[in-house]
Write a protein that binds this ligand. Structure first.
Ligand code: ZN
Length: 342
């Protein structure tokens, strides 16, 4: 995290080793560098503007686990991916050739990060099990980061859009954060030889055909066995996390309570919704419907989603970094939160 942490590293090394086995803390990070993926040339200027905006990121509170440099690095990384998906790939309407091309783009990106992503096909012609088939063939992209214990946590974001929308906020923002987290978590100190410090498998899923009725997530849950479903501790859903001035979360109370505390500690503005539908309708519903605990993050301005106005000009890069640190804090705390809350 901070350079101060490293000046103290010898002193805290023994304590950190004990803590790692005792309570699953957030491990010390190496110094943060630029952290920005290499974008296509179309995004270079955009990324530069975002970095200028992020230069004004205020210092984190004294007790924060992530300093301003961490948040900026996450924000820059996620914004770079968001730009590629919205400005370079463009509209990716559910169950179309464009959606397929964007899925192939994401397969490439996740592979470059060292993962082995799989495409899960679904749709009218690919399965007879779907209770709610999409209007045509579509696919989810699934990849895993094994951990040091049993159980599964799902971090999901849909990648499709409505027609004629580049979906910068809905939902290149969620996918951008997903990629930024996948990138960071594949590296030390979070992972060693492709095994993370978490006591569970972290499964990243980019869902297809959300916009036409949560088809990707519905299919995913539908094809799980009872035992596979029971293994899922939590589903974290990111949808439209890029616009507005504050983040919004809705979900099971034991999760939102924890995230609310983390937000206060990190100096992140967060509003908690009290009703399931106060956050809109998204892939977390497919999991909640199967009694999986869920939490859903979005930004507080969803006024332009599902329209041609949902463009990168209205993205607040800081929200992407804030989302990443709240998700990371939650992942690092889940072991302590295990409370039989299902
Ligand atoms: Zn969405």
């Amino acid at each position: 995290m901070t350079s101060k942490r490293f000046t103290l590293s010898l002193v805290v090394a023994a304590a950190a080793a004990l803590l790692l086995t005792a309570c699953n803390p957030i491990p010390a990070e190496p110094p943060v560098t630029a952290g920005v993926p290499t974008p296509g040339s179309a995004c270079q200027e955009r990324n530069e503007i975002a970095r200028e905006t992020l230069a004004g990121t205020p210092p984190s509170p004294a007790l924060a686990r992530f300093d301003a440099a961490d948040r900026k690095a996450f924000a820059s990384s996620a914004f770079g991916y968001l730009c590629e998906l919205s400005e370079v790939v463009g509209p990716r309407e559910s169950a179309t050739q464009e959606e397929l091309e964007s899925a192939e783009f994401l397969m490439e990106r996740f592979t470059e990060l060292g993962y082995s992503p799989e495409m899960q096909d679904f749709g009218r012609w690919t399965t007879v099990k779907d209770l709610r088939p999409p209007p045509g063939p579509s696919r989810n992209i699934i990849l895993e980061l094994p951990g040091r214990g049993e159980g599964v946590v799902i971090l999901g974001a849909h990648y499709d859009t409505t027609p004629d929308s580049v979906g910068a906020n809905d939902n290149a923002s969620g996918v951008g954060v997903l990629l930024a987290l996948a990138e960071r978590l594949a590296q030390p100190p979070w992972s060693n030889q492709a095994v993370s410090v978490f006591p569970f498998t972290l499964r990243f899923i980019a869902f297809g055909s959300e916009e036409t009725g949560l088809h990707g997530s519905w299919h995913y849950v539908d094809q799980l066995t009872d035992a596979e479903l029971a293994d899922i501790w939590v589903m974290i859903n990111l949808d439209s996390v890029g616009s507005g001035t504050t983040l919004f979360a809705v979900g099971n109370p034991w999760l939102t309570r924890h995230v609310s505390e983390a937000a206060e500690r990190e100096g992140v503005l967060l509003t908690i919704g009290r009703r399931w539908l106060s956050g809109g309708f998204s892939d977390n519903f497919s999991f909640g419907d199967a009694w999986v605990p869920t939490i859903f993050f979005s930004g507080n301005d969803i006024s332009r989603i599902n329209s041609p106005d949902d463009t990168i000009e209205f993205i607040n890069p800081a929200l992407l970094g804030d989302t990443a640190v709240l998700v990371l804090d939650l992942l690092a705390s889940l072991e302590d939160l295990q409370c039989g809350c299902r």
